[in-house]
Design a protein around this ligand. Structure first.
Ligand code: URA
Length: 434
């Protein structure tokens, strides 16, 4: 087999066999297939799509590119959640400690920022010293000690996703349902879980803008999980406006800490509560969703979830004092207020543009080797349905370089639509698929 022939086959709209997909994934991991060839293949997949059989074959090839963990000796039920990307989506930073504080083992393999969407690993790495690159042994030890650990794909676990994910980020090949399904499920199925909660986003800030497409992706991923003997449930949730008020790595971390202290924004807290309840149900720590929601309230109210967060940070070599002193986190020296140009009600927010604005400030990558600026981001002041006066502050940009702040301001201003009629805010949770 030759990579160039298989790229041409996909480019011309034909299906690849499982053996061909395996050859391509293995070749890329070993270095026999170059970045430029994988980039071309990814673009061909993005444009041509994949059949269900190809998607399953790609997931399996990526899953078996590394070790598939068995953690059944640590706990009978091991549960994780994954979102397919959004703006201000920091739920993992709240859910992981909550669910672990309830006694369910949470082995979480997350991703970095992807295109306009933020990534859990980059947010965690805002914490001085925090290590997301634990070896397999260290991951196991952390899980045994704390009941939860959050790491990235490694050379041992899901190495194919580690390489392909970074390449997709900078080659405009993220919003592809088969590539998303294989990326998410290859790392989730490698982490030794018994159950998975999927948060599949839809709306202007999601990779998939259409609800039918999001439902199809959710069904594909549930099918893959079931095929591998795992429980799975998906919530289709709104991404027509940023989740919570903070967009940007250390700013989002602060919002997550505030939520763990019981002071989080309503929409963000509500989504964390629902996703946690689903995880507690899959983890046999609650017998109904209502019981799971009450547990969430109790674990936040008692401070147990916050204490678990402290343990996570300490166990992964981070400076846990950041929980009490946000000044220890990276910040940005300058602020700029973005003001509404007219009076009325916010009727829509092009949320992808808010994510792009944050990325332009330095919160994401434009090249494989770009460095992240953890302190920059956007505080969202006005949300859909809220009344604004001409000149009132709709967002605040936290920045380091004034040129990128100019571009970000322009994007934010154009993202907001203000109309004279009030439209109700979109429902946060659209449906639940099992
Ligand atoms: N999250 C992932 O892990 N992969 C994707 O492709 C999108 C979101």
């Amino acid at each position: 087999m030759r990579a160039v022939d298989l790229i041409a086959k996909k480019r011309d709209g034909q299906s690849l066999t499982a053996d061909e997909i395996d050859f391509l994934v293995r070749g890329y991991i070993s270095g026999d297939i170059a970045d430029y060839q994988m980039s071309a293949l990814l673009m061909a997949i993005y444009l041509r799509g994949m059949s269900s059989a190809e998607t399953v074959a790609l997931t399996e090839a990526m899953l078996h590119s590394g070790t598939v963990l068995d953690l059944s000796d640590l706990a009978p039920r091991r549960v994780d959640k994954h979102s397919n990307g959004g703006v201000g989506d920091k739920t993992s930073l709240v859910i992981a400690p909550v669910v672990a504080a309830a006694g369910v083992l949470v082995p979480m393999i997350s991703g970095r920022a992807l295109a306009h969407s933020g990534g859990t690993l980059d947010k965690l790495e805002s914490i001085p010293g925090f290590r997301t690159d634990l070896s397999l042994q260290e991951f196991r030890r952390a899980l045994d000690r704390v009941g939860v650990a959050l790491i990235g794909q490694t050379v041992e676990i899901a190495p194919a996703d580690k390489k392909i994910y970074a390449l997709r980020d900078v080659t405009a090949t993220v919003p592809s349902p088969p590539l998303m399904a294989a990326s998410i499920m290859s790392k989730k199925m490698a982490e030794g879980i018994s159950g998975l909660v999927l948060d599949v986003k839809v709306g202007s800030g999601a990779f998939l803008k259409d609800e039918e497409q999001s439902r199809a992706l959710a069904k594909t991923m549930i099918g893959i999980a079931r095929g591998l003997g795992k429980d799975a449930v998906a919530l289709i949730t709104d991404m027509n406006q940023p989740l919570g008020r903070a967009v940007g790595n250390s700013m989002e971390l602060v919002e997550a800490f505030e939520t763990l202290k019981g002071r989080g924004p309503d929409d963000f807290n509500q989504l964390c509560r629902e996703l946690s309840a689903e995880m507690l149900l899959l983890g046999d720590a609650a017998s109904t969703l209502e019981e799971g929601r009450s547990q969430y309230d109790r674990l936040i109210g008692s401070g147990a979830a916050l204490e678990k967060m402290r343990e996570i940070i300490e166990s992964q070599a981070g400076d846990a004092r950041v929980i009490d002193d946000y000044e220890l986190l990276p910040g940005s020296p300058s602020r700029r207020e973005v003001r509404a140009g007219s009076t009325g009600f916010v009727s829509s927010i092009d949320t992808e543009q808010i994510g792009r604005a944050s990325m332009l400030l330095g919160a994401g990558r434009v090249r494989l080797d770009s460095a992240i600026d953890y302190g920059v981001g956007i505080a969202v002041n006005a949300r859909i349905g809220e009344e604004v006066g001409s000149g009132s502050v709709i967002a605040t940009i936290h920045f380091n370089e004034s040129q990128s702040a100019d571009e970000a301001e322009d994007l934010v201003l154009r993202a907001y639509k203000i109309e004279s009629e009030r439209k109700p805010p979109p429902a946060l949770i659209k449906s639940r698929l099992t």
